[in-house]
Write a protein that binds this ligand. Structure first.
Ligand SMILES: O=C(O)c1ccccc1N[C@@H]1O[C@H](COP(=O)(O)O)[C@@H](O)[C@H]1O
Length: 221
C-alpha cells in the first residue's frame, strides 16, 4: 500500500482466499506464523498445501518464528518462497546477522515495548536486521510472544529516529488505525487479531476495512 504512504502487513494468514484479499487490497506483506502454540500456526504440511494457491509475488512473504532453528526456517522459506523472517526469540544482533547470511532473507526483529528503553534497544540491530517490529509486551499468562491483540501507548514511538525502518504492531484494528498512525508517526503497520472473527480465523471484510482505513488515514493526514 505504498502508493498511499502507509505499508501494511496482514499477518497470520493460513488460507488462500484471505491471502488473495489482502494482496488485492494492497497489503505490502503477507505473514505466515510458524509457531505451534499459536492458533495461526501453519505447519510444514499446511504450508505445502497452501503454497501453490498463494497470490503471485508483489506482496512480500514473511515467515514468523519464535525460537525456531535455522533448518526449520529454511524449510518454510523454501516451501513458501519467503522473502523475510520475523523473529520473536532472544536473538542477538550477531545471531541475526549470521542468520541473514545463512538464509539469504531479510529479517524483521520483533521488540516488545514496555517503555522507552525497549524502543532505544532497537539501535543495537542496525546493520544486522532489516526492519524492527514494535509490539506490546505479551500479557503474563499468554503463551504467544505476539498476536495477543494488546497495544502499547503509541505515543512512545513519536519522534523515534532510527536508521532502521519499523512497523507498529499490537492490537490494531480498522477503528484504531487513524489514531495509531497519528500518535506514533508510523509509516508501516502490522495486524493479525484485528482482522479476525476468532483467533486464527481471518475475515476478508476486516482485512479490506483495515487496508482502507490505513489508506484513508494517510490521505487525510
Ligand atoms: O499471531 C501470532 O499468533 C503470533 C505468534 C507468535 C509470534 C508472533 C505472532 N504474531 C505477531 O504479532 C503481531 C501483532 O498481533 P495482533 O495484531 O496484536 O494480534 C502480528 O501481526 C504478528 O506479527
Amino acid at each position: 500500500m505504498t502508493a498511499s504512504g502507509v505499508s501494511v502487513k496482514i499477518c497470520g494468514l493460513s488460507e488462500a482466499e484471505t491471502a488473495h484479499v489482502a494482496a488485492g487490497a494492497g497489503a505490502r506483506w503477507l505473514g505466515f506464523v510458524h509457531f505451534a502454540p499459536s492458533p495461526r500456526h501453519l505447519d510444514l504440511a499446511a504450508a505445502r498445501a497452501l503454497a501453490p494457491d498463494l497470490p503471485p509475488k508483489g506482496p512480500e512473504r514473511v515467515g514468523v518464528f519464535a525460537g525456531a532453528d535455522t533448518g526449520t526456517m529454511a524449510a518454510f522459506a523454501d516451501i513458501l518462497s519467503l522473502d523475510w523472517v520475523q523473529l520473536h526469540g532472544a536473538e542477538t544482533p550477531d545471531d541475526i546477522a549470521a542468520l541473514r547470511d545463512r538464509l539469504g532473507l531479510k529479517v524483521m526483529k520483533a521488540i516488545s515495548v514496555g517503555g522507552p528503553a525497549d524502543i532505544a534497544a532497537a539501535a543495537a540491530y542496525v546493520g544486522a536486521a532489516d526492519m524492527i517490529l514494535f509490539d506490546a509486551k505479551p500479557p503474563k499468562d499468554s503463551v504467544l510472544p505476539g498476536g495477543n491483540a494488546v497495544s502499547f501507548p503509541w505515543g512512545l514511538m513519536r519522534g523515534h529516529d532510527s536508521a532502521l525502518p519499523w512497523l507498529l504492531a499490537g492490537g490494531l484494528t480498522a477503528a484504531t488505525v487513524s489514531q495509531a498512525l497519528a500518535d506514533s508517526g508510523a509509516n508501516a503497520l502490522d495486524v493479525s487479531s484485528g482482522v479476525e472473527t476468532a483467533p486464527g480465523v481471518k475475515s476478508a471484510s476486516k482485512i479490506r476495512a483495515f487496508l482502507m482505513a490505513a489508506k484513508a488515514a494517510k490521505q487525510g493526514a
